[in-house]
Design a protein around this ligand. Sequence first.
Ligand SMILES: Nc1ncnc2c1ncn2[C@@H]1O[C@H](COP(=O)(O)OP(=O)(O)OP(=O)(O)O)[C@@H](O)[C@H]1O
Ligand SMILES: [Mg+2]
Length: 250
Amino acid sequence: MNRTDKLQFVATGIMGLDALLENKGFPSGFNIVVMGSPGSGKTTFGLQFLYYGCLNGENGVYVTLDERPESVLRNVLNLGIDLTEFLQKGNISIVDASPIRTIPGEVKLGGISIGKKDFSLAALIAAVTNHVRNINAKRLVIDSLTSFFIQYPRGAERRAAFMELLEGITPLNCTTILLTELRFSGMDRPYQFEEFLADGVIILRKQGKNSAIVRSIQVEKMRGVNHNVEPHPYRFTRGGLEVFPTEKVL
Ligand SMILES: Nc1ncnc2c1ncn2[C@@H]1O[C@H](COP(=O)(O)OP(=O)(O)OP(=O)(O)O)[C@@H](O)[C@H]1O
Ligand SMILES: [Mg+2]
């Protein structure tokens, strides 16, 4: 998509979520940050998005920066998301980027010695680009930014690295889900810098309701879309996450 073209949409594949997005889904080519607390279903969200794409003829690339691919695939299989055939047929391609975290501090590329961080970012973008081009992917998931950010302890560096990552992946024209941790889960919380830079933001959190804890999903931001902004309950079910768009949490 040329960024000045009229928005086109892709169904998210998350049951019930499109109803919060003008019944259309995600604008094609957007970079969308999905933030959630530990165990909130970020990885499930990402793989469900890719699985649905495959069912509809859109190939996808999954980049894992923390969990091993085998463990991720096994966990979602338990929810009924079976990616085996799509992996075999080349509809889904996995970038196992977890070793990036363990490369030495200084890396020699030809005669030039560069710092670990530069190498990691350049290598990551190059690997993602290769995988996307190889299978002509239309969907991309990065799981998670948290592991990527660990290498950048200073706030300004982190922001610059994230911008560079976005600049690297945006020309690939994929609809991209960037998974990351929600650092503060209250409704009145400080914003995280990723939220300002992304085209869309979705939040997965646990909330108290009538002395019970419910999982809630909220579309905080989606540029160009008249989306619902309220938190709605969601559940883990057969096939992944299911959102209940007519039920309220607050
Ligand atoms: N079969 C299932 N039925 C119900 N809930 C499940 C099932 N399988 C997993 N879960 C829930 O999913 C959570 C893990 O989902 P997922 O790995 O997608 O979360 P995550 O946000 O990526 O976690 P992390 O923060 O570890 O990366 C578990 O903590 C559990 O609550
Ligand atoms: Mg995860």
